[in-house]
Design a protein around this ligand. Structure first.
Ligand code: PEP
Ligand code: MG
Length: 764
C-alpha cells in the first residue's frame, strides 16, 4: 500500500492537468484495492451537485453526465456528513439509490471518503465491491490519505481556473480566464493598482519562467542555439577534467547528456515551440516540464532518476539564455505590476520607480521583509497569492488590491471603474496628509509624540524627510548588503551609512547591526536551515563572525564622525551574555579608531526586544544599555508561534492578540522602571489604531515606515492622550484579536478618523 501511495503522490504532483490526476488516481486505487469500481465525484459549486468526474469500473460515458444532490445516495451522505462511510451492504442502506446510467451492478460493499480542503467538502472518493465485505481499517486509512492529497490538487485547480464554472469564460489572448477572475492572498502593502504584469524570473529557476510571445523568432532561435552550444562546451570541459577519475561507464553519462541536447531530442522540440511563437525561455520550460513529467511517472527507478538530469540540463541552458539577455532589452510596461514566485527585497529595485505600481508574491506573507519594504515605498502589494498561475500572466492587465491581498485577472470595465475611483480617492487623501509635514505630532491635549522612521532603501531617506520624520528608529543595514555580490568593505559601508547620518543630522539615526537569517538571505552567504526563524539569525550570526561585526561597527563609527547622531542597536538578543559580548566588540572598535587618531566616541547602544525571553529580561537589559526598542514583528511571530512568512497561517498572525498587547504594555512599563527610553519599530506603530494604543502604553518613540507616518500623525493630532488611554483600557479587557481590531476601526471612525482606515472595496 505504501508504495502505491508514494506512486500516486508522485504522479499527482507531476500530472499535467486535473483530468489526468483524477483518472490516474481511480485507476491506481482500483488496482491496489482490487475493487470493482473506484470513482470520484466533485461538487459543482453552481448546481450544488456531486458530478461523477472519473471512474474505473463504471460506464465512462457517464463521466460529466451523472450527478447526485447532497441528499441523494450514499455518496451524498458522505459529503453531507463530511466523514468516511464504510458499509458491508450498501444496498440495504436507506440512502442507497441505484444509478442505472452508470452501468453499475447492484453492489454491496461501499467505502466513501470526503475530499476536504480547508474545512470545505470538494467531493467524494468512492470504492465499490459487488460482494458483501467490510473494508478494513488499513484500506480506509489508505483512501483517506489519498483523498487528503487530492484535495490540495483540486482546490488549486479550482482556484487557477482549470475547473471553470460553466458559461462564465471569455477568450483572452489564447488563454481562458473567467472575467474578474479573483485570486486571494494576504495584504502586503495598502493601496490599489491597475497595471500590466511583468514576471520576475529567478536566475536559473525554470519554474518561474513565464510564457511570452517571441518578438523575433529567428533571434530567439539564435539565442537558444548559442546557449545550447555553451552548455555543450561546459559538459565537454567537465568530462575532460574528470576523464582520469571516472570509469568509462560513468564517463558515458556525459555522452548521454550531450545526446539529450541534440536536434532530434530536447533541442529540436524547444526549437519547434519557439517557431510556434513562445520565447526561448518559455519554450524550454514547457519541454523540460513535459520530459520531467514523463520520466517521473516511470516504473523503473533508474529511468525515474533521469528526470533529475533533464531538470539539471534545463537549468544550465536557462542560465546561459539569461546571461545572453541584456538587461537593457527589458521593457517594462508604464504601469508595471511585478509578479514573483518569491518576492525578495533585492527584486524591489528591478523596475524603475516611475513605472512600478504594484507587487505580487506567490509566497510570503504580510510581515515578510519584502512586504515591509513595499510598505515603506508605498507600493500596493499582495503576498501569498498561492494559487496564482503566474507563468501564464505575463503582459496581462490585472487589478491589485493591496488592502486585502487580492488580484483580479481579466478585469471587467465595471471593476476597473470601481477600483479607479478608489485610486482617485487615495490620491486626494494623500494630498491632504501632505499638509501635515511641518506640524507637530501633538494630541489635542498637548501630548507630544516623537515619530521616527524605519529605513533601509536609498530612497527611504528622501521620502522620510519629505514626510517630516524626526529621526530614524531603525535602519536595516542588511538591506544594502542584500543587493551586492559580496560583503561590502568598511569603506563602502562607511559611505552607505554616512548618507543616512548626514541627511538626518542632527536628528538621531539608529543603526541596527546586521540582521540576516530568517527570510533575509544574502546571496553570497547562504544559510540552509529547516527552521530558519529559530536558527542562526541576527546577533547570533554576527557574534559568531566578529570580523564582520567589527568592520560594520567601525564603519558606523567612522561614518558618524562630525555628526554625533549615531545610535547602535542589536537585533534578536535573547541573553545577557550576547549584550556583554557585543558591547566588548563595540568598545574594541571605539578603542581601535581612537588609537588610529580618530575622534570617535562610544554612541548610545540599545537592544531590540523581539523574542519572548527578552521580554522577561527587559529590566536587566535596560540596566546594561542606553535604550530599548521593541521589534513587534518578530515578537508577534514568536509569541503566537506563527511564522511571519507563511501565507497558510497568515490569518493567525494577529498584532492585536491580547497576549501581544499585554506583552507590549509590560515591556514599556519595565523599561520605564529603569528610566530608559523605550521605542517600538515594528509595523504595529505604523497602524493609526496601534499607534494610539502604544502612545497610551507609554512608548517614548514610535518608529514606522515613512509612508504611514502622515496617517499616524493625523490620528495623533485628531485625538487626546486621555481618549487614547480610555481606548487602551477598553482594549485590554477584551479577549479576541479580531474583535479588538474591529473595535479600533470603529473607534477611529467615531473620532472622525475614518479616512485613515481601509476604504470600502469592490469585488466579491
Ligand atoms: C521586528 O522584528 O519588529 C523588526 C523591526 O525587525 P525586522 O522586521 O527587520 O525583523
Ligand atoms: Mg526583527
Amino acid at each position: 500500500m505504501l508504495s502505491v501511495l508514494r506512486k500516486i503522490v508522485q504522479e499527482v504532483s507531476t500530472a499535467p492537468d486535473l483530468d489526468s490526476v483524477l483518472d490516474l488516481t481511480v485507476r491506481r486505487i482500483q488496482r491496489a484495492m482490487h475493487t470493482q469500481v473506484c470513482s470520484i465525484y466533485l461538487l459543482d459549486t453552481i448546481s450544488q451537485r456531486y458530478v461523477l468526474m472519473a471512474t474505473q469500473g463504471l460506464n465512462v460515458e457517464a463521466v460529466g453526465q451523472v450527478s447526485l444532490s447532497p441528499t441523494e445516495g450514499v455518496v451524498g451522505l458522505v459529503g453531507q456528513r463530511a466523514e468516511p462511510l464504510n458499509l458491508e451492504d450498501a444496498s440495504v442502506h436507506p440512502s442507497y439509490i441505484y444509478l442505472k446510467s452508470t452501468g453499475e451492478e447492484r453492489y454491496h460493499a461501499f467505502l466513501g471518503v470526503p475530499i476536504i480542503h480547508q474545512g470545505e467538502v470538494l467531493g467524494v472518493l468512492v470504492v465499490q465491491q459487488n460482494e458483501r465485505r467490510r473494508f478494513d481499517e488499513s484500506e480506509e486509512a489508505f483512501l483517506v490519505t489519498v483523498s487528503a492529497q487530492l484535495a490540495g490538487v483540486i482546490a488549486h485547480a479550482e482556484a487557477t481556473g482549470s475547473i471553470q464554472p460553466v458559461g462564465n469564460n471569455v477568450e483572452n489572448g489564447g488563454e481562458r480566464f473567467a472575467q474578474d477572475r479573483r485570486f486571494s492572498g494576504v495584504a502586503g502593502a495598502p493601496g490599489v493598482a491597475i497595471g500590466q504584469v511583468f514576471v520576475a524570473t529567478l536566475p536559473a529557476d525554470l519554474e518561474t519562467v513565464p510564457d511570452k510571445p517571441a518578438k523575433d523568432v529567428d533571434k530567439e532561435l539564435e539565442r537558444f542555439n548559442t546557449a545550447l552550444e555553451a552548455v555543450r562546451s561546459d559538459i565537454r570541459a567537465v568530462s575532460r577534467n574528470l576523464a582520469q577519475r571516472l570509469r568509462s561507464d560513468e564517463q558515458a553519462l556525459f555522452d548521454v547528456y550531450l545526446r539529450m541536447l541534440e536536434d532530434n531530442a530536447l533541442a529540436g522540440q524547444v526549437a519547434d515551440r519557439i517557431r510556434a511563437g513562445n520565447w526561448a525561455q518559455g519554450a524550454l520550460r514547457e519541454v523540460v516540464a513535459e520530459h520531467v513529467r514523463e520520466f517521473s511517472a516511470m516504473d523503473d527507478a533508474y529511468l525515474r532518476e533521469r528526470a533529475t538530469d533533464i531538470r539539471d540540463l534545463g537549468r544550465r541552458v536557462l542560465s546561459h539564455l539569461q546571461e545572453n539577455v541584456n538587461s537593457q532589452d527589458v521593457e517594462y510596461p508604464d504601469k508595471t505590476i511585478l509578479v514573483a514566485d518569491d518576492l525578495s527585497p533585492a527584486m524591489l529595485g528591478l523596475v524603475p520607480e516611475d513605472k512600478l505600481v504594484g507587487l505580487v508574491s506567490v509566497s510570503g506573507s504580510g510581515n515578510s521583509h519584502a512586504a515591509i519594504l513595499a510598505r515603506s515605498m508605498g507600493i500596493p502589494t499582495a503576498m501569498g497569492v498561492v494559487d496564482l498561475p503566474f507563468t501564464r500572466l505575463e503582459g496581462r492587465e490585472v487589478i491589485l488590491d493591496g488592502y486585502t491581498g487580492r488580484v483580479y485577472v481579466n478585469p471587467s470595465d465595471d471593476l476597473k471603474n470601481a477600483f479607479g475611483e478608489i485610486l482617485r480617492e487615495e490620491q486626494m487623501i494623500a494630498a491632504g496628509l501632505e499638509t501635515l509635514r511641518d506640524l507637530p505630532a501633538q494630541t489635542t491635549d498637548g501630548y507630544r509624540m516623537p515619530l521616527w522612521v524605519n529605513t533601509g532603501l536609498v530612497s527611504d531617506v528622501e521620502r522620510s524627510l519629505e514626510r517630516g520624520a524626526e529621526g530614524i528608529g531603525l535602519y536595516r543595514t542588511e538591506i544594502p548588503f542584500m543587493t551586492r555580490d559580496f560583503f561590502p568593505s568598511e569603506q563602502e559601508q562607511l559611505q552607505i551609512y554616512r548618507r543616512q547620518l548626514e541627511a538626518f543630522a542632527p536628528r538621531p539615526v539608529t543603526m541596527r547591526t546586521l540582521d540576516v537569517g530568517g527570510d533575509k538571505a544574502l546571496p553570497y552567504f547562504p544559510i540552509e536551515e529547516d527552521n530558519p526563524f529559530l536558527g542562526w539569525r541576527g546577533i547570533r550570526v554576527t557574534l559568531d563572525h566578529p570580523e564582520i561585526f567589527l568592520v560594520q561597527v567601525r564603519a558606523m563609527l567612522r561614518a558618524a564622525l562630525g555628526f554625533g547622531n549615531l545610535r547602535i542597536m542589536l537585533p534578536m538578543v535573547t541573553s545577557m551574555h550576547e549584550i556583554e559580548e557585543a558591547s566588548k566588540q563595540i568598545d574594541r572598535a571605539v578603542r581601535e579608531l581612537q588609537e588610529e587618531g580618530l575622534d570617535v566616541e562610544r554612541p548610545p547602544v540599545g537592544v531590540m526586544v523581539e523574542v519572548p525571553a527578552a521580554v522577561y529580561l527587559t529590566r536587566r537589559f535596560a540596566r546594561k544599555v542606553d535604550f530599548i526598542s521593541v521589534g513587534s514583528n518578530d515578537l508577534t511571530q514568536y509569541l503566537l508561534a506563527v511564522d511571519r512568512n507563511n501565507p497558510r497561517v497568515a490569518g493567525l498572525y494577529a498584532p492585536y492578540h491580547p497576549a501581544v498587547l499585554r506583552v507590549l504594555h509590560f515591556v514599556a512599563q519595565e523599561a520605564r522602571k529603569e528610566h530608559k527610553p523605550v521605542s517600538i519599530c515594528g509595523e504595529m506603530a505604523a497602524d493609526p489604531g496601534g499607534a494610539l494604543l502604544l502612545m497610551a502604553m507609554g512608548y517614548d518613540v514610535l518608529s514606522m515606515n515613512s509612508n504611514n507616518l502622515p496617517k499616524v500623525k493625523s490620528a495623533i493630532r485628531g485625538t487626546s492622550l486621555a481618549k487614547a488611554n480610555t481606548l487602551l483600557q477598553r482594549v485590554m479587557r477584551m479577549d479576541d484579536a479580531e474583535a479588538i481590531h474591529e473595535y479600533l476601526r470603529t473607534s477611529l471612525k467615531d473620532m472622525g478618523l475614518g479616512n485613515l482606515t481601509r476604504p470600502v472595496l469592490p469585488g466579491r
